[in-house]
Design a protein around this ligand. Structure first.
Ligand SMILES: [Zn+2]
Length: 69
């Protein structure tokens, strides 16, 4: 019987290239070898930014309509 870990050592560290990335928190990945850390919750999502600009555009469009009416 082998003791299975929560996270399989399949994720390769972009810093040292060793497959030692563990899921430190639900959104944070940590390398046991070189202390590399990646917080997914902090990384900006361009999808949201695009959506934000679309919403802003729609708001501006509706405001323009309101002014015209
Ligand atoms: Zn590393």
């Amino acid at each position: 019987m082998t003791v299975s870990t929560l996270t399989p050592p399949s994720v390769q560290c972009p810093e040292c290239g060793v497959h030692s990335i563990v899921e430190y928190k639900p959104t944070v990945y940590h390398c046991l070898k070189c202390d590399f850390e990646k917080d997914l919750s902090l990384s900006p999502e361009p999808k949201n930014a695009g959506l934000g600009s679309v919403i802003l555009g729609m708001l501006g469009f509706s405001l323009g309509l309101l002014i015209l009416l």
